[in-house]
Write a protein that binds this ligand. Structure first.
Ligand code: SF4
Length: 674
C-alpha cells in the first residue's frame, strides 16, 4: 500500500508493541508499522511487549502480503557485551526481511556494513539529526531515511529534504520528550537507568518548583510536555517534505492505536482526494476526547514555549498502561566508601586484563577543563590544565569567546592545548558562523571539540584536529572506531556509562579516551526555555538558592535543586544537583587506560576551578596520593556523587546491578520511546 500526493509518497506509520496488537492494526488504514524485537531496542522492560524472533518473521510475511512495510527498532546504545548479540540478531533480521531497521548507535551501522548485510537502515530520532551536514553524512553511509529531531520545524524539514533528497520521518502524534534526543542523562544519573538504552524513569514528569532571584514560582511539572498532535496539519507536513507520518505509542493498546490510524489515515486520504476542500478537523473532537495528555504541535511551527507544557493528569500515572508513575523525586546518590571500593576492584580487573593481553595504551595522561569565560580559562591554565575547551554553548550572562580572547589565551597557554568547542546542536546558521570564523585567517588553536556528526563532516581535514565531546554518546568500541574512522582523534566516553560498561569500553576501546571526572555536567539539554516561568508566573514565596547564585534558575524538589543555565543560543542546560567527583578512583582509572580526565568547569568561580584543577594535577602526578587530595577537597554544590558509576549496569535487559536500590515500581514501569 502506498499513497501519493503530487507524486510524493505519503506513509502513515503505526506503532505495534506486541504481535497481538500488530495483527489488529496491520489491516487498518496505515502503510507501515514499526516494532521492536526481543533485544537491543528501547522498550525491553515491560513483560510481554516486543516481538519474539518467530513473531518478527511472521509479521513481516503478513505485512508484505498486504503490501505494507515493516520497520524494526534496533535503536539502543549497545554496551560491549551486546555487540556479539547484535551480530546474530542482525543476521536474523536480514533473513526475516523487514523493510528497514531503525538505528541509534553507529556500532549497528558499522556492523551492517562490515557484515555485508542487505538491510536498509533508518536513523532513529535518538540520532538527533538536525542539520544538512548530518543528513549528508548519513546518506554517504547508506542510511535511506532520517527520523528528524523532535525540535525541528517544518520549514527546516522542507529545506533539509530539498537540499539532500533524503526521505524524512516525523513524529505526528503521541508522547514526546522535553529534551533533545540522546541528550538526556537524568535517569542514568539518578537511577542508573539510561533513556538512551530504553530504561528512562522520566524525571521530566516530576513536580518541580521553579526558583529564581529569590522567588518561588508555582510552575508545576515544568518539564512535562504535551502530546504531539499534528492531525490538523496534514498539508503542512506534506509541504514540509515529510514522507512518513509517525505515530508514537508502542506501549499503547490496539484500540487506541486503531483510533489514531483511522483518523490520520482518513485525513491523508481526504487531503489527497480533495486538497482544496479538505476539512482539517473532521476527527479533532474524537481525538481530543480520547487524548491522554493535552495536545500541542510541538516544534512544528517554531518554539512553542510554555504552551507545550502539560498539566492534565501529570503526577497520576493515568497515561500509562500500568496506571503508575514512573518514578518520584529521588536524590542523586552520595559518594560512599563501599561503592568506591567496588569501582576500584572493577577497574583494577580491567588494568590486569589489558596487561595480560599486552594492551596498555601507554599515553601520557592529562587534565582537560571545559570553561565558560576568560576568567575560568585563565584560572585553569594557571592551575596547570593540559587541555582547555572553550565552550561553544556559553552560559549567560557570559558572552561567546571572541577571536581576541582566543589569541590572548593562545599566548598564555604554554604547552597546554587550546580547543574551540562547537555548539552541541548546530543549525545551518551555526555552520555559516563557524565556517566564517575557521576558514579565513587560521585561529591559533590546537583543535575543535565536535559535538555532532555534521560538524565532523564539515570540519575534518581542515587543519584543526578534532576531539569528540561526550554527547557523541560513545558507548562501545565499535562506535569509538566509527568516529575515529571519520577523523576524530580523541573521544570522550559517554557520560552515562555505568561501571560495567565503562570497564568494557576502557578494556576494549583502542586509542586515547577521555571521560568527565569532575563537575556538574548538564544532564538535560533542551530547546525549551524554563526561564519563561519566572516571567509569566507570579511568585508564591521567597527563598534563596542553596548552592548557586540567585540569578540562576533552579528546579527544586524536596530531594534537591538542579540549576538550569541558559546559553547564548537560548537553549537550557539542566545540571546535576551534586558534583560528580571521581578523584577517589583516579588511580584505578589511570591504570585502566583513561587518558584525559575532564573537569566540567563552566559553573565554578575561577578560584574554585583553580583549586579543583590543582587537586587533580597533584593526584595525577602522584596517583597514590589521590585519596589524600580528595580528603582536602570541599564540594561546592550539594555534595559529591560518583554519578552513574554508582550503578553497575552492564545488562541488556536492564536488570538492576548490584548496589542499586531501584524504586518499587521502576522495574515494571521503565520504558521509553523509540
Ligand atoms: S529521556 Fe525523555 S522521557 Fe526520559 S527524562 Fe528525558 S525528556 Fe523525559
Amino acid at each position: 500500500m502506498a499513497r501519493f500526493f503530487n507524486g510524493k509518497e505519503v506513509e502513515l506509520l503505526a506503532p505495534t508493541g506486541t504481535f497481538e496488537i500488530f495483527k489488529q492494526v496491520i489491516g487498518e488504514n496505515c502503510d507501515a508499522v514499526y516494532f521492536g524485537g526481543p533485544s537491543l531496542n528501547m522498550r525491553l522492560m515491560r513483560k510481554g511487549f516486543n516481538f519474539s524472533l518467530e513473531e518478527i518473521t511472521e509479521a513481516v510475511k503478513i505485512a508484505h502480503g498486504l503490501g505494507k512495510k515493516v520497520y524494526v527498532t534496533v535503536n539502543n546504545l549497545l554496551n560491549e557485551g551486546e555487540l556479539e548479540e547484535a551480530q546474530a540478531y542482525l543476521r536474523f533480521l536480514e533473513s526475516a526481511g523487514p523493510d528497514a531497521i531503525i538505528v541509534q548507535d553507529f556500532a549497528v551501522l558499522s556492523l551492517v556494513r562490515e557484515m555485508g548485510l542487505n538491510i536498509k537502515v533508518h536513523s532513529s530520532v535518538m540520532m538527533n539529526v538536525h542539520n544538512v551536514e548530518m543528513v549528508r553524512a548519513l546518506q554517504e553511509m547508506g542510511v535511506t531515511r532520517v527520523v528528524t529531531s523532535r525540535e525541528m520545524d517544518l520549514m527546516t524539514t522542507r529545506y533539509l529534504q530539498q537540499a539532500t533528497g533524503m526521505e524524512l520521518e516525523y513524529f505526528v502524534h503521541g508522547d514526546m520528550c522535553s529534551v533533545h534526543g540522546a541528550n538526556c542523562y537524568f535517569s542514568s544519573m539518578v537511577f542508573g537507568m539510561s533513556s538512551n538504552r530504553g530504561k528512562c524513569l522520566k524525571p521530566c514528569r516530576w513536580d518541580y518548583r521553579v526558583k529564581k532571584d529569590g522567588n518561588v514560582y508555582p510552575a508545576e511539572y515544568p518539564l512535562a510536555v504535551k502530546d504531539m498532535f499534528m492531525y490538523e496539519h496534514i498539508p503542512e507536513l506534506i509541504h514540509g517534505g515529510i514522507t512518513s507520518f509517525k505515530i508514537e505509542g508502542r506501549m499503547r493498546d490496539a484500540a487506541f492505536v486503531i483510533m489514531l490510524v483511522k483518523a490520520y489515515g482518513d485525513a491523508i486520504d481526504r487531503y489527497i482526494n480533495d486538497p482544496v476542500g479538505f476539512d482539517r478537523s473532521r476527527d479533532t473532537k474524537l481525538l481530543h476526547e480520547n487524548r491522554k495528555r493535552d495536545f500541542s504541535t510541538g516544534y512544528a511551527f517554531g518554539r512553542p514555549g510554555l504552551s507545550n507544557i502539560n498539566r492534565r493528569y501529570e503526577g497520576t500515572g493515568k497515561f500509562y498502561s500500568t496506571g503508575k508513575v514512573f518514578s518520584t523525586p529521588t536524590e542523586e546518590r552520595e559518594l560512599g566508601e563501599k561503592r568506591v571500593e567496588a569501582i576500584r576492584e572493577a577497574l583494577v580487573a580491567v588494568a590486569q586484563e589489558k596487561k595480560g593481553a599486552g594492551r596498555q595504551n601507554g599515553v601520557v595522561a592529562g587534565i582537560s577543563v571545559h570553561v565558560n569565560n576568560m576568567a575560568q580559562a585563565k584560572a585553569a591554565l594557571e592551575a596547570g590544565a593540559d587541555h582547555l575547551y572553550l565552550s561553544g554553548d556559553v552560559f549567560e550572562p557570559d558572552r561567546p569567546f571572541t577571536k581576541e580572547d582566543v589569541k590572548e589565551l593562545a599566548a598564555l597557554k604554554g604547552n597546554a592545548k587550546l580547543y574551540l568547542g562547537l555548539p552541541r546542536m548546530m543549525t545551518e546558521q551555526h555552520f555559516d558562523l563557524y565556517e566564517g570564523l575557521l576558514f579565513g585567517e587560521r585561529l591559533p588553536i590546537d583543535g575543535l571539540m565536535v559535538t555532532n556528526l555534521g560538524a565532523i563532516r564539515k570540519f575534518v581535514g581542515k587543519g584543526y584536529p578534532l576531539v569528540g565531546d561526550f554527547n557523541l554518546n560513545v558507548y562501545n568500541r565499535l562506535s569509538a572506531d566509527f568516529y575515529r574512522g571519520l577523523g576524530v582523534g580523541r573521544l570522550t566516553a559517554s557520560m552515562e556509562l555505568p561501571l560495567k560498561d565503562l570497564a568494557g569500553l576502557l578494556a576494549h576501546a583502542p586509542g586515547p579516551l577521555e571521560a568527565i571526572v569532575h563537575g556538574s555536567p548538564a544532564i538535560m539539554y533542551m530547546e525549551h526555555d524554563l526561564y519563561e516561568n519566572a516571567e509569566v508566573y507570579q511568585a508564591i514565596a521567597e527563598e534563596d538558592n542553596h548552592y548557586v547564585d540567585n540569578s540562576i534558575l533552579v528546579l527544586k524538589t524536596d530531594k534537591g535543586e538542579n540549576p538550569v543555565y541558559r546559553d547564548v543560543h537560548g537553549r537550557n542546560h539542566l545540571m546535576m544537583a551534586k558534583e560528580l567527583c571521581l578523584m577517589p578512583v583516579l588511580k584505578e582509572l589511570l591504570e585502566a587506560g583513561l587518558s584525559v580526565f575532564r573537569i566540567e568547569g563552566a559553573t565554578y568561580k575561577p578560584e574554585q576551578l583553580a583549586e579543583i584543577v590543582r587537586s587533580y594535577k597533584a593526584a595525577l602526578a602522584n596517583p597514590d596520593a589521590a585519596r589524600d587530595q580528595f580528603g582536602r577537597m570541599t564540594p561546592v554544590y550539594a555534595g559529591y556523587t560518583l554519578g552513574v558509576l554508582q550503578f553497575d549496569g552492564g545488562s541488556a535487559s536492564g536488570a538492576a546491578g548490584a548496589g542499586e536500590e531501584a524504586s518499587a515500581n521502576e522495574a515494571e514501569a521503565a520504558v521509553s520511546r523509540a
